[in-house]
Ligand binder design. Sequence first.
Ligand code: TRP
Length: 457
Amino acid sequence: MSQRETWATRAGFILAAVGSAVGLGNIWQFPFKTSEYGGATFLVVYLVAAIGIGLPAMLAEFVVGRKSNLNAIGAFEKLGFRNWKWVGVLGVGTGFWILSYYSVVGGWVLRYMGGSVTGAYFADPAAYFGQVSAGLDALALHALFMILVVAIVAGGVEDGIEKATKLMVPSIVVILGVLAVWVFTLPGASPGYSYFLSPDLSQLSLSVSFDPLPSFSGPLTDIIPFAVSQAFFSLSLGMGAMITYASYVGEDQSLFGDSITVVVFNSAVGILAGLVVIPLLFVQGIEPGSGGAGALFVSLATAFAELPAGRVVGVVFFGVVLIAALSSAISLLEVVVSYAVDNYGARRPQIAAALGGLIFLLGIPSALDTAWLGWFDTLAYQLLLPVSVLGVLVFIGWVFGRPAVDELLNGSSLGGGVGMTWLWLVRTVVVLGVVLTLALGVQTLFFAENPAIVPPL
Ligand code: TRP
């Protein structure tokens, strides 16, 4: 086998991991899911999940990747557990699934960049979203977004990904920060902050009855699966992206430190986006939760339409969001491409183009109708992501076991006690947390009054 590429610099991996994590999940989805599922209560569950489940799960993916030095599917085999290959396969499938509609939203971002230049959304931002979010326009931009992703992935890991990410991470923090400060000065913003930041503790309740199967009720029934999966989605877990990226990492780098950096940055960007979008919804008198998938686009377009330099700010803002979306989409496609390159000696440009084409096809329903986009998204949140993450956790905790701790500690100055604590947490609390998430997801998908699994035909 030929020499595998590694990251050009030590910072390469961390930048790529942050670039993968920070994306539409934080900027588009996090504010809209937060405003739809309970505001501050959602935020609390999300943060607990990001630190308590996301962080240990990310370490598990890092360990699988670095130990095996292979793509997400090959990794399980290489470690000596052929039977666990399905975890990798499921991850790759989840990535396919998610990227199909992710790219549609990426197309919206492209569209809004153009709209900022021409001022097309200035007259009626809400109607504009309705026009461009679904239909043939959306389809064309979905295609364009996918072409951009394929072009970057075809260029290879170092050229494409490292460069794109270096610029994006600092700019996104700066521009969201500036916007957040500006929103703070607007009249009518303050109820937005209490909605987003001050949790109503009575909402933190969940009851279960057995008949003989468990059935859950209470406010957390919906909040938990969406908030926990939001943490997975936004940390790029559950589809082998972090496995694949960590496979290019040397043994001298501390996985522990890297994972903390990713989680902190990622949550910070999500919260910053929330501090922009949620108060804006209140300023503009949009009921939180009624904004849906359009919350980010409509609220910001309305704001830019009123700003003196709105066009410039709009182009810069959507431009930065585009880079964030691209660097995440790249990681979604990279997982599948690196599998094909490692296993079948496929040529990178060709395989990237072929897979990009298939993903484009899968995204057609989402581009034509936002109800389909919602359905794809719900299935990913309620089922695919939790099952996938659970697979990695059970594998590392209960199957691979002790050797995972040694791999985790390579390149780190932490003692074995920290490693063993991580392993035991993974085996118990973390696995149970995901099992609960999955149980709640399955209930909404299959056993609710209107089962979400029914497609929007
Ligand atoms: N994390 C990215 C975001 O927040 C999306 C993403 C990239 C992703 N890779 C992933 C989601 C892997 C789930 C799994 O936008």
